[in-house]
Write a protein that binds this ligand. Structure first.
Ligand code: NAD
Length: 298
């Protein structure tokens, strides 16, 4: 099957490679030349631009940072046309970026009018899950479109959930990431407290992992350097899930909470914490670097 894959960052790169390894004809593109060069070296076929990538594609997958990138890519911006007019009628578009549900719905409506199916399918599982092909997909859209997408999603993920109509995948995703942002900040605070009292971060992390404070950060993504060899914390907080992307997701959660009058006091506090961390210069680092806010210096 011919697949166009747009957005080859920390997540999109390994996802596209998994589809190619599964035998699909993947034509990929990213605005960043270094991202394209890296994936080309791994054997991925890089198209000249996004329009060339979608020529003849039965399925188009996007993995971009935020709402404005997805809307501009598909619907156009500043008088520049989007990909909408270049994607074949009858094709399926899968957007795996984490964006506002309202943007997914706007894009879906335009595709629907052009006879093109669309699902929002944001993911969880981090870069480790993207590389291993064990992501969780949270899908919004009609069941028939999901069934068309399923064989491809299974090449990139281990869990596929149908959350509801278009946009529902995004809503599930921001609920999850609001919780993740809170848990990472809380886990960081607890480890920093223990270390300030002379505890070994590895020993303390293991105690909490097996106790009632256990969570995903303590299982797989410890914010303290050296506890998990493969976590971003042990690699200078490089790669992983950027602080600014977490800040975007916490902002989406707050916008949504305001729209439905939900009470999310910890989500609001987490957004403020990551915003301060970003302003302090850590926006491009992995979000687990939030531990720096509470670590004793020297
Ligand atoms: P990233 O910043 O590493 O990659 C995004 C890529 O999109 C960049 O390489 C950028 O150049 C490219 N891009 C932007 N606009 C483009 C355009 N118009 N055409 C082509 N390429 C374009 O981000 P990421 O970590 O891969 O995350 C992608 C999405 O997945 C985000 O919405 C993020 O919130 C979500 N997400 C990330 C993780 C994670 O652990 N990193 C986990 C789950 C979900």
């Amino acid at each position: 099957m011919q697949i166009a894959f747009i957005g080859l960052g920390n997540m999109g790169g390994p996802m596209a490679l998994n589809l190619q390894t599964a035998g699909h004809d993947v034509r990929a593109f990213d605005l960043s030349k270094p991202a394209c060069d890296k994936l080309a070296a791994d054997g991925l076929k890089i198209a000249q631009d996004a329009t060339a990538a979608v020529q003849g594609a039965e399925v188009v997958i996007s993995m971009l940072p935020a709402s404005q990138h997805v809307e501009a890519l598909f619907l156009g911006r500043d008088g520049q046309p989007g990909l909408l007019g270049s994607i074949a009628k009858g094709a399926l578009v899968i957007d795996s970026s984490t964006i506002a549900a309202a943007t997914s719905q706007k894009v879906a409506k335009a595709f629907d009018a052009a006879g093109i199916a669309f699902i929002d399918a944001p993911v969880s599982g981090g870069t480790g899950g993207a590389i291993a092909g064990t992501l969780t997909f949270m899908v919004g859209g009609d069941a028939a479109a999901l069934e068309r997408a399923r064989p491809l999603l299974e090449k990139m993920g281990a869990n596929i959930f149908h959350a509801g109509t278009v946009g529902a995948g995004q809503t599930a995703k921001i609920c999850n990431n609001m919780l993740l942002g809170i848990l990472m900040a809380g886990t960081s605070e607890a480890i920093a407290l223990g270390v300030a009292n002379g505890l070994d971060p590895k020993v303390l992390s293991e105690i909490m992992r097996r106790s009632s404070g256990g969570n995903w950060a303590l299982e797989k993504y410890n914010p303290f350097p050296g506890v998990h060899e493969n976590a971003p914390a042990s690699k200078g907080y490089a790669g992983g899930f950027g602080t600014d992307l977490m800040l975007k997701d916490l902002g989406l959660a707050q916008e949504n909470a305001m729209a439905v009058k939900a009470a999310t006091p910890l989500g609001g506090l987490a957004r403020a914490i990551y915003a301060a961390h970003s302003i302090a210069g850590h926006g491009a680092e992995d979000f687990s670097s939030v531990i720096k806010m509470v670590q004793k210096k020297g």
